[in-house]
Design a protein around this ligand. Structure first.
Ligand SMILES: Nc1ncnc2c1ncn2[C@@H]1O[C@H](COP(=O)(O)OP(=O)(O)OP(=O)(O)O)[C@@H](O)[C@H]1O
Ligand SMILES: [Mg+2]
Length: 238
């Protein structure tokens, strides 16, 4: 199995304060890996560090065998690493199609744009219908789908999602999660899924990490974590 992401002993934070104290995680090809934890645990800080938005104070990040610890954020999509930030951050006054076009900006995604667009519309059929509509007029679920689709336009090898279920109904959450799972399976895509919706995230992922106060408290197969009484008690309200 080929290693897509290898994160070694990351220390990172804001100003003087460290948020992540010693975080090591990895993800292999076509794996869905969830990162779960409470508010303020450091999930967004971790994903922002992997996207290059935050510089780690120490530790290393390897992506497809290449050291990318110091690579600027804007170069990472070229390298097939894509992130969907919390809330999706679409351009609300642009149409769905214009937002999707922006996702295809890396050199390698520009050729074959139309074919890729059709593939994406086959997966996210609602976006085909809404292609001419302003992104700001989409429902919460449609917006999240559009944000994921935009990231997928760049043909990533690794897709990182920061709490895609925020603000979505249980039904819509399930639909988004099913879509994420099927992308991994059919596109051989590796997914890093940050979630507070612990039970559902573990349902669709292969492995998981529990992050607590900036360090990895537990890791294992998602099925094992889901059966773990500590995880159930602390994060699943059981
Ligand atoms: N820009 C920032 N400047 C200073 N401190 C920050 C900043 N962003 C986050 N923090 C702090 O870092 C810690 C971790 O925050 P982070 O956003 O990574 O948590 P999280 O696990 O994503 O939480 P949530 O589930 O609420 O999104 C928190 O104590 C938070 O207050
Ligand atoms: Mg967060």
């Amino acid at each position: 199995m080929s290693r897509i992401l290898d994160v070694q002993s990351i220390v990172a934070g804001y100003g003087e304060a460290n948020v992540l104290t010693n975080v090591s995680i990895y993800a292999d090809k076509a794996e869905v890996v969830s990162i779960v934890g409470a508010n303020g645990a450091g999930k967004t800080t971790l994903i922002s560090t992997l996207a290059g938005v935050i510089k780690p104070r120490s530790g290393e990040v390897y992506f497809q065998g290449e050291r990318i610890t110091d690579m600027p954020a804007h170069e990472r999509p070229q390298k097939m690493l894509a992130m969907v930030p919390e809330g999706g951050r679409l351009f609300p006054f642009m149409t769905v199609l214009e937002n999707l076009k922006l996702g295809a900006f890396p050199e390698r995604a520009r050729s074959g744009f139309n074919q890729r667009l059709e593939e994406i519309f086959d997966i996210f059929s609602i976006l085909r219908e809404r292609r001419g509509q302003l992104a700001g007029h989409l429902s919460g679920g449609e917006r999240q789908m559009c944000a994921i689709a935009r990231a997928m336009m760049s043909r990533p090898a690794l897709l990182m999602l920061d709490e895609p279920s925020v603000g979505l109904s249980p039904v819509m959450t399930e639909r988004v999660f099913e879509t994420i799972r099927s992308l991994a399976t059919r596109d051989n895509l590796t997914v890093l899924l940050v979630e507070q919706n612990v039970g559902e995230a573990l349902d669709i992922s292969d492995r998981g990490y529990v992050i607590d106060h900036g360090s990895i408290a537990m890791t294992g197969l998602s099925s094992e974590l889901k059966d773990n009484p500590q995880v159930q008690g602390a994060y699943m309200g059981l």
